[in-house]
Design a protein around this ligand. Structure first.
Ligand code: LLP
Length: 405
C-alpha cells in the first residue's frame, strides 16, 4: 500500500486554495488499478473505469495514462472521455432510459455500447442488422449492494432487460441479425461478496448458447472499498481465482474463450479523495457538541442520501484530547456528516478531512443554497496541481438570463 497524503500536504493545499476543497491522490488511483491488474494477470480482462464516480478531466487523463479503459453513463461523459484523450475503442457507453438518438450519437462516435431496454434494442436491431456490435444489459434478479438505493440487479430495479424478455432478444439475434458481442450485468455498488459476481457470471454463461457472436462477459462495477476502519472490501484475488475457474470449466465443457470486462468506479477513486473543510462554528446544544463546517450536503451528499459512513479527521489538531462531536454542514437542511463521532478536540478554524470522498463526492455536488462548487486539487508524485477552480458568482449567474430593466 502506498502512503496516504500527509496532514502537512493537505493543510498546504487548504492554505493555498481555501476550503471547501477536494484533494485527490493520483498515485492511489494508480495503485488501485495495478492491484486489479496483478490479481487478474494472465486473464483476458479489461477494466473500464466508471467515470460517473469522478469526471474531472485531469483524473480521466491520469486514468487513461495508466492504461485503464472507461465506462460512461451519458453521452456527455463519452464526450469528456474523448476530450481526456481516450480512443473510442477504449470507451464503453452503458446508458439507461436514454432516447435512441443518444445511442445513435454514441455509435457514430465509434464507442462500445451496452443497451439497457428491449425498446432501444429493437430500434437498434432494425437500424443496424448485423453491422455494429452491442452489449445487452440483463437484469439478473440478484439482490446485492450496500443498500437498496445502490442495488440495481433485483427484480424491481429499473435497470436492464428482464430475464422474461430474453426470448424476444433471441428472436432479434436470429431474425434481425442483431450482433450481440457482450452480455452485461451490474448488480449494485459496494458488493463485498465475491459470490454475487460469480453467480452473475454463471447466469450469463448459461445464456451464452443463444448468442453465437458472444465474446465478452461484462460484470459491471460494484467492488466494495472499506469506508470504516476494520471493514473489508471485495476480496479481489479471490474474485480473480473464482472467475478463472468458472471460465476454464466453461471452456472444458465446450465453450469458447470469453473475455471479462469490469466497470469499477469507487474502487478506482473513492480512497484517493479527501474533502477538506474548515470549522466555522462550535455550538453546544444540550448534550450535543455541534461542529459546523464550511461545506454541506451540497458538496458531499453520501451521508445524507445513503446513510454512508465517512471517516473524519481533525488534521489541524490531530493530537488533541478526544471528544464526541456531531459534524454538520452549512446548508439550510439537516446535513449531518457524522453523528456522535470521536475526534481530537475541535476548535473554530480547524481543518477537517472527510476521507474516502473521491467517488460520488464532487460528482454529485450541486450549487444548492447558491453555494459555489468546490475547487479540486490533484497530487501526483508529490506535486500539487489545481485541477478545477472554485466557482464564482459569475459562474452561478452564467445560465440565468438577465432581468429586464
Ligand atoms: N457500471 C454501472 C452500469 C453502474 O451503474 C455503476 C454505478 C458502476 C458501473 C460503478 O459502480 P461502483 O464500482 O462505483 O460501485 N452514488 C452511489 C453509487 C451509485 C452507483 C451507480 N452506478 C454512491 O455514492 O454510493
Amino acid at each position: 500500500m502506498i502512503p496516504s497524503l500527509t496532514n502537512g500536504q493537505l493543510l498546504e493545499a487548504a492554505r493555498r486554495f481555501g476550503t471547501p476543497l477536494y484533494v485527490y491522490q493520483a498515485d492511489r488511483i494508480t495503485h488501485q488499478f495495478q492491484t486489479l491488474q496483478q490479481a487478474f494477470s494472465g486473464q483476458l480482462v479489461r477494466f473500464f473505469y466508471a467515470a460517473k464516480a469522478l469526471t474531472n478531466l485531469h483524473i480521466l487523463d491520469h486514468i487513461r495514462r495508466i492504461g485503464a479503459d472507461i465506462d460512461c453513463s451519458s453521452i456527455n461523459e463519452v464526450k469528456l472521455a474523448l476530450q481526456a484523450g481516450f480512443n473510442p475503442t477504449q470507451i464503453l457507453y452503458t446508458s439507461n432510459s436514454v432516447a435512441f438518438e443518444e445511442i445513435e450519437e454514441a455509435r457514430i462516435l465509434g464507442v462500445h455500447l451496452n443497451i439497457d431496454s428491449l425498446s432501444n434494442l429493437e430500434k437498434f436491431a432494425n437500424a443496424h442488422p448485423g453491422n455494429y456490435p452491442v452489449g445487452i444489459r440483463i437484469r439478473p434478479d440478484i439482490m446485492a449492494g450496500g443498500n437498496l438505493q445502490i442495488s440495481t440487479g433485483h427484480d424491481r430495479s429499473k435497470f436492464g432487460i428482464a430475464l422474461s424478455d430474453l426470448p424476444r432478444v433471441y428472436q432479434l439475434v436470429q431474425e434481425k441479425k442483431l450482433w450481440v458481442r457482450v452480455l452485461h450485468i451490474h448488480t449494485g455498488s459496494e458488493i463485498k461478496d465475491v459470490d454475487v459476481f460469480l453467480k452473475g457470471l454463471d447466469l450469463l454463461l448459461d445464456l451464452s448458447a443463444h448468442f453465437p457472436q458472444l465474446e465478452v462477459i461484462d460484470l459491471g462495477g460494484g467492488f466494495k472499498v472499506p469506508y470504516q476502519e476494520g471493514e473489508a472490501g471485495t476480496d479481489i484475488p479471490a474474485l480473480a481465482k473464482g472467475i478463472e475457474k468458472k471460465l476454464s470449466d466453461y471452456k472444458n465443457s465446450g465453450g469458447k474463450d470469453l473475455s471479462i470486462w469490469f466497470e469499477p468506479g469507487k474502487y478506482f477513486v473513492a480512497e484517493a479523495g479527501n474533502l477538506l473543510c474548515t470549522v466555522n462554528v462550535i455550538k453546544r446544544s444540550g448534550a450535543i457538541e455541534f461542529v459546523g463546517v464550511d461545506s454541506g450536503l451540497n458538496q458531499l451528499i453520501r451521508p445524507m442520501f445513503y446513510e454512508a459512513y465517512h471517516a473524519i479527521e481533525n488534521i489541524s489538531n490531530p493530537v488533541g484530547a478526544s471528544q464526541t462531536y456531531t459534524v454538520v454542514g452549512n446548508i439550510c437542511e439537516t446535513d449531518t456528516f457524522a453523528e456522535d463521532r470521536s475526534l481530537p478536540q475541535v476548535r473554530e478554524g480547524d481543518v477537517l478531512a472527510i476521507r474516502n470522498a473521491g467517488a460520488y463526492g464532487f460528482e454529485m455536488a450541486s450549487s444548492y443554497n447558491a453555494r459555489f462548487l468546490p475547487a479540486e486539487v490533484m497530487f501526483r508524485g508529490g506535486e500539487m496541481q489545481l485541477i478545477r477552480r472554485r466557482q464564482t458568482m459569475e459562474d452561478l449567474l452564467l445560465t440565468q438570463l438577465p432581468l429586464k430593466s
